[in-house]
Design a protein around this ligand. Structure first.
Ligand SMILES: O=C(O)c1ccccc1NCC(=O)[C@H](O)[C@H](O)COP(=O)(O)O
Length: 262
């Protein structure tokens, strides 16, 4: 069983429990259903955008504890002040130490920036839940979803006014998963089944395989500004970075210094 299999098995149980605890009718009472979302696509297409999608990430299956000494409010406010184009906040608790409360705190602290609810989405319930938390962008991971589920979940994301980031790791996942509901394609450099890579080769290999009209993001294993320059040169507009900033005492300051070298 891979780590991704374990995460998905755990998530399946978690979602069934949540459905019994909080009905959809209650989620739909959230004021966020009446609010406009912040577009990731618009943010990344802005010529002044840094393209950095900064992640709040306390721990991970591959690295263990990354930072247990910071608050989500201070980190995300620091990211925005430093020039992030989007925030990513993990809401999975068991494997990443995140929570819906983290997401809500980040949302209330930073109302005007696109926010990705970073979790393992398998069910319509989670999409509605994300909307109720004020999310703008939903992650759909090709490695754990059939093409049909990607279409079904992507359709709901669109109906609720949010955007879908499709995450792939190789050409096969890309070809089988792309559909009209995808707004942005992210190439995850980290192989979620074995954590083998510590480089951005997956992004470099897939750069010219992703249709030219689709905005491309490179995700994970980015630690140097020079890597961003390389990825930009092959067409990437967005860069999802967690650990590099989160492992420092002041992640916002770390982003500020990183951007100075871009
Ligand atoms: O980060 C992990 O160890 C991990 C393990 C299993 C599934 C997903 C995982 N990470 C999710 C992510 O997408 C990353 O948090 C994100 O791309 C940022 O990566 P990094 O900059 O390398 O922290």
């Amino acid at each position: 069983m891979t780590i991704l299999d374990k995460i998905i098995a755990n998530k399946t149980k978690e979602v069934e429990t949540r459905k019994m605890q909080v009905p959809i009718s209650l989620l739909e009472k959230s004021s966020f259903f009446a609010k406009a979302t912040n577009s990731l696509k618009t943010s990344l297409l802005n010529p002044a955008s840094t393209g950095i999608i900064s992640e709040f990430k306390r721990k991970s299956p591959s690295k263990g504890i990354i930072n247990a000494n910071v608050t989500v409010e201070e980190v995300t406010a620091g990211y925005v002040k430093a020039g992030a184009s989007c925030l990513s906040v993990l809401t999975d608790s068991d494997f990443f130490g995140g929570s819906d409360e983290d997401f809500l705190k980040a949302r209330r602290t930073n109302p005007g920036i696109p926010m990705l609810r970073k979790d393992f989405m398998i069910d319509e319930y989670q999409i509605i839940e994300a909307k109720s938390l004020g999310a703008d962008v939903i992650l759909l991971i090709a490695a754990n979803l059939t093409p049909q589920r990607i279409q079904e979940l992507g359709r709901l994301v669109k109906e609720l006014g949010m955007e879908t980031l499709l995450e792939v790791h190789d050409e096969e996942e890309l070809n089988r998963s792309l559909c009209s509901y995808i707004d942005v394609v992210g190439v995850n450099n980290r192989n979620l089944k074995n954590f083998a890579e510590q480089n951005v080769n997956a992004s470099l290999e897939l750069a010219d395989k992703i249709p030219s009209g689709i905005i491309k993001i490179s995700e994970s294993c980015i630690s140097q500004p020079e890597t961003i320059k390389l990825l930009k040169s092959v067409g990437y507009k967005g860069f999802l970075i967690g650990e590099t900033f989160m492992k420092t005492a002041d992640p916002g300051q770390a982003l500020k210094e990183f951007i100075q070298d871009l």
